[in-house]
Design a protein around this ligand. Structure first.
Ligand code: OOG
Ligand code: MG
Length: 254
């Protein structure tokens, strides 16, 4: 077994057992291409454990997120079946290491996408848009990582919650995006904070999926990335996300 496979197994096990590990980059240096290969192998393990691919997610598409995590490039990760949490359901804290939540926009893919799309073309390939909450949980100690580390760790993907699907609207600009915990406002941003427009994030997802040989299939979900910084979850918290015109979603922390 080569080092990439060993690291992929280590990351998969860390996620499965909710046990943090040391940053891989502290053990030896690796580049971004190698990081995406480790991510792919990492998710192969998860598929082997019975959880198929259900979509993709974009990360660091907003200033607020890049600043919070100290990185400066777009990343993408894979969403698997075990990450789905229904709106209104309860999140079991024990399945995670140090989970955080962030407010996002999600797209539902209507037609197979196996090439790079321009933002203007994207609408034709989507049949739903909604408000979303993403739960991220770095498998690294203290939620600290390099860009390569976080990519290998599938971009901290852990769970996500979707609101009701809304009809697709060309204009997704200037939508207020708000994250609440126990009725109190935690974060507020705008859909414009996501690469200037969430459609651009979807176009970037098609470019990266094509580059790394993933096909977006009908029914798959794409998370466009958080508009604001993420917040740690605490026991008993009631989380709600609201996006203007796109609706509401939420969950309860056990
Ligand atoms: C990486 C995941 C970033 C986003 O929406 O920007 C992300 C992390 O912050 O740990 O999901
Ligand atoms: Mg996110």
């Amino acid at each position: 077994m080569n080092q990439k496979q060993l690291w992929a197994l280590r990351l998969d096990q860390a996620a499965d057992q909710a046990q943090a590990i040391a940053q891989l980059s502290l053990e030896s240096a690796f580049d971004l291409n190698q990081a995406y290969e480790i991510q792919r192998l990492n998710i192969e393990e998860r598929k082997r454990r019975g959880f198929p691919l259900v979509g993709l997610k974009m990360g660091f598409t907003s200033e607020a997120k890049m600043k919070q995590m100290g990185v400066n490039d777009l990343i993408w990760g894979r969403l698997t079946k075990d990450m789905v949490l229904g709106s209104g359901e309860t999140l079991a804290l024990g399945n995670f290491i140090h989970p955080r939540v962030e407010i996002e926009v999600a797209f539902r893919i209507a037609k197979t996408i196996d090439r790079e799309l321009q933002p203007e073309e994207c609408m034709e390939y989507v049949d739903g848009v909604c408000a979303a909450l993403e739960v991220i949980d770095s498998r690294y100690e203290n939620f600290k990582f390099s860009l390569e580390d976080v990519v290998a760790d599938n971009c901290s993907s852990a769970a996500y919650v979707l609101g009701d699907w809304m009809p697709v609207s060309e204009n997704l600009n200037r939508l207020n995006m708000v994250l609440f915990a126990d009725g109190e406002l935690l974060e507020q941003g705008s859909s414009d904070d996501i690469l200037g427009n969430p459609w651009k994030s979807l176009a970037a997802a098609t470019r990266l999926a094509f580059k790394y040989k993933e096909t977006l299939q009908p029914g798959m979900v794409v998370l466009a990335g958080a508009a604001t910084a993420a917040h740690f979850l605490k026991p008993g918290m009631q989380i709600k996300g609201v996006v203007d015109q796109l609706g509401v979603c939420g969950f309860q922390v056990a």
